[in-house]
Design a protein around this ligand. Structure first.
Ligand code: RB5
Length: 148
């Protein structure tokens, strides 16, 4: 029996379609199974329609990680963080990518296609995927989210 592939969901709007394709190609080359919720071109679309697909998959437990991209990353973050159990982190530097995993156990990485260059975006993705949650006192803090 073959090894189970690591699964990740992705979604974007027109403003980040190009970057989504670059990140997706990296993930596929590195053994990830990508559930691509679209969009699939540069025609103008509404980011909530795609953010909610990915956030819904993560929130419902179908897939445990996601990557969302829009122009700034702001809209996708706002949409995704309305879903129970989703901890979406907008990261435009490596420190944020590391800390969003170590301390916040972020389960969705958000990127702004009009903010970061392709090379930095890929480094952020690699770093985010390779950093573990530290648990302990940070878990106790995350537990408080559910009481809000
Ligand atoms: C689209 O023009 C833009 O508003 C969207 O990609 C995103 O940046 C919203 O937060």
């Amino acid at each position: 029996m073959g090894e189970q592939k690591k699964q990740i969901a992705m979604g974007c709007d027109h403003a980040a379609f190009r970057l989504k394709e670059i990140v997706k190609a990296y993930l596929l080359e590195n053994g990830w199974q990508v559930e691509d919720a679209g969009t699939f071109g540069e025609q103008s679309v509404d980011y909530p329609d795609f953010g909610m697909k990915v956030a819904g998959l993560v929130s419902g437990g179908t897939i445990d990680k996601g990557i969302l991209l829009c122009g700034t990353g702001l809209g996708m973050s706002m949409v995704a963080n309305r879903f129970p159990g989703v901890r979406a982190a907008l990261c435009h530097d490596l420190f944020a990518a590391i800390m969003s995993r170590r301390h916040n156990d972020a389960n969705i990485l958000v990127l702004g296609g009009r903010v970061v260059g392709d090379v930095l975006a890929l480094e952020i993705v690699k770093t985010w995927l390779n950093t573990d949650f530290e648990g302990g006192r940070h878990q106790a803090r995350l537990d408080k989210f559910d009481r809000i």
